[in-house]
Design a protein around this ligand. Structure first.
Ligand code: 3HC
Length: 293
């Protein structure tokens, strides 16, 4: 039987990392949340607060429960505070050099039995695991945005990941109330490999005037029952993240479907990254709600 994971850490408290920390804290686990500096740490705390404020506002959480939940997360800028954890989930930006450097440091900080997981969306888990002395204890643990809501967690094994590690994180995912799906270390795993060609195609449609963004979104929600249309979903994921994922997938697989629509790079250059900056394909700052820029 796999050893139970009880003490966890999350490194990187952006949209995904803060959401993952919330998922752990909601399940009653104590979490060490690490960011690189005080400003990033405060932003991570802000994510956790606004996400749980939402639940309080909808009557799903009392203010007391919210305080307890937030109290289970110890916010720190010191990587050394991860020394006693059983599992670290890395959720820093999608850059291989950054992740490999971080994994090398984590390898020296956590105990020899600890599991090192990456929330990478599209980078090679194998390439990340090559930076540590225990590649058999490295696994992909890929959550979906918004992490507190989406049920799926992809559990990604490399050719050397230990079956005991896979069993332990799969059991943890179930304890978190998530649906684990096992897959190998292939570009985009299962979900992004299917999703991003579709999202990129939608961006091309906007760019070429094939249809208006609202109509593309309405077509997929009203026509196919998707909870959200592809243009709105790109804004939710973040256009910088979506662009990085497409670049990585295009480099790895060479499929033209993943060659990023130029409009994505242009909006990123303008700092219009989607919901998180108030504007992407849609404008979220407008009083009348999302509107085309
Ligand atoms: N954070 C926390 N909770 C949130 C949230 C957020 N950002 N957004 C919505 N929620 C919660 C609400 O509080 C509500 O909770 P409740 O049911 O307990 O009251 C529930 O989600 C439903 O919210 P709403 O009623 O406000 O809105 P919708 O019913 O329209 O749902 C949605 C919003 C959950 C975002 C839904 O539209 C959806 O599932 N969209 C698709 C999202 C998707 O495809 N995600 C995957 C992206 S790909 C990815 O992440 C991979 C990565 O590698 C890029």
């Amino acid at each position: 039987m796999a050893a139970e994971i009880t003490r966890v850490g999350v490194v990187g408290l952006g949209t995904m990392g803060a959401g993952i920390a919330e998922v752990f804290a909601r399940a009653g686990l104590n979490v060490v949340g690490v960011e690189r500096d005080d400003a990033a740490l405060a932003a991570g705390q802000g994510h956790l607060r606004s996400s749980t404020d939402r639940a309080v506002g909808r009557g799903k959480l009392t203010e007391g429960e919210q305080a307890e939940l937030i109290g289970r997360v110890r916010f720190t800028t010191a990587l050394d505070d991860l020394a006693g954890v059983d599992l670290v989930v890395e959720a820093v930006p999608e850059r291989l050099d950054l992740k490999r450097e971080l994994f090398g440091r984590l390898d020296a900080v956590v105990g020899p039995d600890a599991v090192l997981a990456t929330n990478t969306s599209s980078l090679s888990v194998t390439a990340i695991s090559a930076a540590v002395s225990r590649p058999e204890r490295v696994v992909g643990l890929h959550f979906f945005n918004p992490a507190p809501v989406q049920a799926l967690v992809e559990v990604v094994s490399t050719v050397v990941t230990s079956p005991g590690v896979v069993a332990a994180v799969t059991e943890l995912a179930r304890r978190l109330g998530k649906t684990p799906v096992a897959c190998g270390d292939r570009a985009g795993f299962v979900t992004n490999a299917l999703l991003f060609g579709y999202l990129n195609r939608a961006a091309v449609m906007v760019e070429t005037g094939h249809a208006a963004r609202e109509d593309i979104d309405a077509a997929m929600t009203a026509g196919c029952g998707y909870p959200m249309g592809p243009v709105a979903l790109l804004d939710l994921i973040g256009l910088d993240t979506a662009h990085e994922i497409l670049v990585t997938m295009y480099r790895q697989g060479g499929d033209r479907l993943h060659s990023p629509a130029p409009v994505l790079g242009q909006l990123v250059a303008l700092g219009m990254l989607g919901r998180k900056t108030g504007r992407g394909f849609y404008d979220y700052a407008s009083a009348s709600g999302p509107a085309a820029p």
